[in-house]
Design a binder for this molecule. Structure first.
Ligand SMILES: NC(=O)c1ccc[n+]([C@@H]2O[C@H](COP(=O)([O-])OP(=O)(O)OC[C@H]3O[C@@H](n4cnc5c(N)ncnc54)[C@H](O)[C@@H]3O)[C@@H](O)[C@H]2O)c1
Length: 338
């Protein structure tokens, strides 16, 4: 991902200069520096933060390193941090990062780059223009809620204007170890959540998330928006990016997305361009930590619901990662993947 971020900054040559990089593997740091013409490399990111006078830092390591790296960058006095998803390896860590950045006046954003992709932007435009009537429910289907799900649950917030959820009820199945970027991810899961009303006059939208069902496709699309007057699906099972069917229509319409799938191209470049523009213009970025916390609370809340065997009301009052805790305590007994 560091290379994706690097391409984003390179495209902003008028405003950004990449001056230093840090990687514990010397060869990785050297190759990266050569690729982007960077003058200084470090093996310890703390040395880099102490010796360089950085405005913007990208954090592109695995999730257990996001919190210490973000906190160190805030303490070093940088102006903006763009960090990879998922936010952190615990709910407490996610909140600490957001709080530290806010207190330090640092712009902290997370790379939920699909917010800049044509299929998602088009679906939101249709929703905002009223094509679906009132939004009633959002649905999502993906591999797991923690690694890939952070993107697609974040789309719930994107579509409905960043309102937080009120509660979550979920159950997981985790029997075969599944470590993604070092973090445990469930094998299968079902989750229902209710969002706060967006205005005093409407009802909260419900969110339904199914993960890990393999070939079975209980939802049938990565994201689905159901309104009183129609349906939009983004990320279809056959690989096509988007389709919709409005009230009274028998057939689906497959709009043109100019060759963009739900994965790209150019989403991350656009995300980085917006991150930098927001910093320069003093605007709140839609990738802001406060927005990322909405999806993250649902994700850790779902694992907590599984641990408590019940509904979890928000604000989520835990600090740890309930899935990891259940593995560590022996509550969940895993077999190793073959
Ligand atoms: N936004 C997306 O669509 C997307 C896609 C894939 C991965 N990711 C996320 O990006 C993050 C990184 O994934 P990746 O595929 O680039 O991983 P990677 O393993 O390819 O790269 C990680 C790099 O971090 C270095 N590293 C490890 N410990 C370090 C330390 N203490 N200090 C400095 N460098 C250190 C490694 O040597 C390696 O070069 C993960 O959080 C992952 O979830 C996001």
């Amino acid at each position: 991902m560091a290379y994706e971020h690097g391409n984003g900054y390179t495209a902003l040559a008028d405003t950004c200069e990449m001056v230093a990089c840090a990687d514990i593997v010397e060869e990785n740091a050297r190759e990266y520096a050569e690729t982007f013409g960077i003058g200084k490399t470090y093996l310890d990111y703390n040395d880099m933060l102490a010796q360089e006078n950085l405005d913007v830092v990208s954090v592109c390591t695995w999730m257990h390193l996001h919190e210490p790296m973000v906190l160190a960058a805030v303490a070093a006095g940088v102006r903006a941090i763009h960090c990879e998803k998922p936010m952190a390896d615990t709910w407490g860590g996610s909140k600490r990062m957001a709080a530290a950045a806010k207190e330090g006046g640092v712009q902290l954003t997370f790379n939920h780059q699909r917010r800049y992709g044509a299929p998602y932007v088009l679906a939101k435009k249709m929703l905002d223009e009223g094509a679906l009537g009132d939004l009633v429910r959002q649905e999502c289907e993906c591999g797991n809620i923690y690694d890939s799900g952070t993107h697609f649950i974040d789309m719930f917030s994107f579509f409905q204007g960043e309102v937080p959820a009120k509660w979550v009820i979920a159950q997981i199945d985790y029997r075969t170890e599944n470590l993604v970027f070092g973090g445990h991810c469930e094998n299968q899961q079902v989750l229902l959540t209710e969002f706060a009303p967006r205005t005093p006059y409407d009802n909260g939208v419900f969110g339904l998330v199914m993960t890990g069902a393999g070939e079975a496709k209980p939802v049938g699309a990565i994201n689905r928006l159901l309104g009183t007057d129609g349906v939009i699906e983004v990320g279809l099972a056959d690989g096509r990016p988007i389709r919709y069917r409005l009230q009274g229509e028998k057939d689906w319409t497959y709009p043109d997305t100019n060759g963009e799938s739900i994965h790209g191209p150019h989403f991350i470049e656009r995300a980085i361009a917006d991150v930098v523009a927001c910093l320069l213009e003093g605007r709140k970025c839609q990738l802001d930590a406060s927005n990322a916390l909405i999806a993250t609370e649902i994700i850790f809340g779902a694992y907590e619901s599984s641990r408590r065997r019940g509904r979890v009301d928000f604000p989520l009052d835990i600090e740890d990662n309930p899935l990891k805790a259940m593995v560590d305590s022996g509550d969940l007994k895993l077999t190793k993947a073959e």
